[in-house]
Design a protein around this ligand. Sequence first.
Ligand code: SF4
Ligand code: SF4
Length: 382
Amino acid sequence: MERTRVAVIRCEDYDGDRVYAALSRGVDLLGGRGRFARSGERILLKPNILAGDPPEKGVTTHPAVLSACIRLLLEAGASLSFGDSPGLEHPEQAARRSGLLAAGREGGAVLSDFSGGGPLANVRGKAVDSFPIAQAVHECDGMINLPKMKTHQLTRITGAVKNLFGCIPGKRKALYHVQFQDVHAFSGLLVELAQVLQPRLHIMDGIIAMDGNGPRSGETRPVKALILSEDPVAVDATFCRLVGMDPEYVPTTTAGYRAGLGCYRLNDIEYVGDSIESLACPDFRMIRKPVYGNASYAHYRFIKNLALPKPVIDVSLCVRCGRCVDACPVPDKALRFENGSKGQPPTYDYDMCIRCYCCHEMCPHRAIFKATPLVGRLLRLG
Ligand code: SF4
Ligand code: SF4
């Protein structure tokens, strides 16, 4: 059986020419730019624009990676667009604040429509009949996924598979957390979405990654690597190998393998480019344990609250902006300001909380962290 090819390319920093050279090298090792874009095609670039944070925070795909990708594909004769649907902000505002709007337009690409869209049938999948997909995706001939290398509190990492969740516009994303509360069910949904979208190539920006309390509140971490492949599962597994994490601990990886989206085992991957050993980052801060499904606890509130990890607010950092409350997808809100007043930080109702970590993801002040009660730590549920 033919093995999945993954290119791991060292890149020291975000100098434009250096990123372009690294990206060109990686794409050439995978067959050349003509394999991924042909003259006259409309190619959509999908960076991670979780929020309108500046590039130096490491929350979003760096503008230099978008610029290099545009340069490369324009040379192939494609016409290019780019965009993402952030957690709460308007797509254009988040693109502007993250520096990606300027980089995209200066490079010669147009910001595409991620604020609305229409259904795309999930013919092979089981989770849903169709996905509501951004208009940008409907209008392109092919997509290239540009995920950021970051930790994530629900799925351990946010990588190539999870980055595609941003193709669902607006708050519909959050509602899927309510519909698919178990992390493994949710991961299965993400895998089916990736199978529907079928990007031609995945290019992970790990030049400066984010470890610790990601995907928005962690610390920047230079891993100095770009990871490229046509297989999103293999890209995520390679991220894991670079940081000394078992790929099987990432639920989208095992679900993706079972569904035929891609592979993660070493024997199934052909590595090209620079060696993983030369870029290894074993002290990357992340939780290196399996993710336990939360569905089995959902109906036993006492056990759930006694054992399951939960989001907690550090009141010394909270500025009472309310973004976390806005982000909570539970209809009656599992996180609220007492009496509607912003005089004090919001408080959690852990009985209602489904542990989706949308509040954590959207806090712009790094005031929310994940805490595991003693019983959960003893059971290694962290
Ligand atoms: S988003 Fe963060 S800073 Fe804003 S209210 Fe929530 S915890 Fe506080
Ligand atoms: S409080 Fe936070 S973790 Fe709990 S359901 Fe709401 S957004 Fe999700």
